[in-house]
Design a protein around this ligand. Structure first.
Ligand code: FES
Ligand SMILES: [Fe+2]
Length: 342
């Protein structure tokens, strides 16, 4: 598998990176991140050119990264600015600097040609930063190919089996769904009409009345999936666009390859109801973290089987239509990138 280059990849939540160096592998590239005193971000190759010690094991002094082995010191450009016991600096002592930005509560690094890094290429994630929404979540370092997470989120049939005590319900497996391309996105929409709300929504909607429930998943390359979810009193016109009799939220999923068989899964939940209730934000985050941990167990088992059976191909059924579209977009982008490089 190749990783899709010339893309922004989510590295971490904004609060995860401070003045201490943090090493992360993104698309197979070892990168060290830190903030300078003015809070601006630095991303450098995580390898000292002297004896190849990881710079993430070192420290930051006056906004410069100091190697923890013999003290070579690097500016944010990647240029070495200090070598111990010598006055002249070897001009080859230069490491790669990566474009890095902070948007929508996350830190993003550009993997590919730095000259092409344009923040405008990042898909809009308004729910993560708009004060009209309360947003929080977490990150799981996950031992699987990141595409298994994409498959999972583009087919929520699994909720019935994997998340039976929270958001799953048997009607999900019976409800019709639609998978289609919308511009440069793959979308799966599922409406489950006139059903009892599952436990998560009973809790947050504070009613057991029957509901029309929706789940609309949007995928964009390389690994961004937002899911518009909610419930409204059954028969009050939600499928036609009137959500005034219900509540909704957006589940934000940013899946970043670490290696071919591992990924960083950043997840969060944005809601526009009871946004001032910080306790509710924490409780939802904990609940969502528990739900997604159920998925992680599935991914890890899948990945182990995939590695043990390299000759076996996965089957695609009707329920996989959304995941198939998403993978098609990703494969198309990979082919286009390879053509450009040729
Ligand atoms: S390995 Fe970094 S200074 Fe020697
Ligand atoms: Fe799940």
């Amino acid at each position: 598998m190749m990783f899709l280059k010339n893309q922004w990849y989510a590295v971490a939540w904004d609060s995860d990176i401070g003045g201490k160096p943090v090493g992360r592998t993104i698309c197979g590239e070892k990168i060290v991140f830190y903030r300078k005193r003015d809070r601006s971000l630095v991303a450098l190759e995580d390898c000292c050119p002297h004896r190849l010690f990881p710079l993430s094991q070192g420290f930051v002094h006056e906004d410069r990264l100091v190697c923890g082995y013999h003290g070579l010191t690097f500016a944010d450009s990647g240029q070495c600015v200090h070598m111990p016991s010598q006055d002249t600096i070897n001009p080859n002592a230069h490491i790669r600097a990566y474009p890095v930005i902070e948007r929508y509560r996350f830190i993003w690094v550009w993997i590919g040609d730095a000259a092409l890094a344009d923040p405008a290429l990042l898909p809009a994630l308004p729910w993560c930063a708009d004060p009209a929404w309360a947003f929080d979540g977490g990150t799981y370092q996950t031992a699987c190919d990141y595409r298994l997470v994409i498959d999972n989120l583009m087919d929520l049939t699994h909720e019935t089996y994997v998340h039976s005590t929270s958001i799953g319900q048997k009607e999900l497996t019976e409800a019709p769904f639609e998978a289609k391309l919308v511009g440069d996105r793959a979308r799966v929409s599922r409406w489950t009409l006139n059903v009892e709300p599952p436990p998560f929504w009973v809790h947050n909607w504070k009613s057991k009345e029957r509901v029309d429930r929706w789940q609309i998943c949007d995928y964009s390359v390389p690994g961004i999936i937002t899911i518009d979810v909610g419930v409204a009193r059954a028969g009050t016109g939600a499928p036609q666009g009137d959500r005034s009799q219900g509540i909704s939220a957006t589940v934000v999923n940013l899946i970043t390859p670490e290696t071919e068989t591992s990924c960083w899964y950043h997840w969060g939940f944005a809601r526009n109801f009871e946004t001032d209730d910080q306790g509710l934000t924490m409780r939802i985050r904990d609940a969502q973290g528990g739900v997604f941990m159920e998925d992680i167990e599935v991914f890890v088992h899948q990945q182990q089987n995939i590695l043990a059976r390299p000759d076996r191909k996965m089957m695609s059924l009707n329920i996989d239509a959304g995941g198939v579209l998403a993978r098609r977009l990703l494969d198309r982008a990979l082919v286009q990138a390879a053509d450009k490089a040729a």
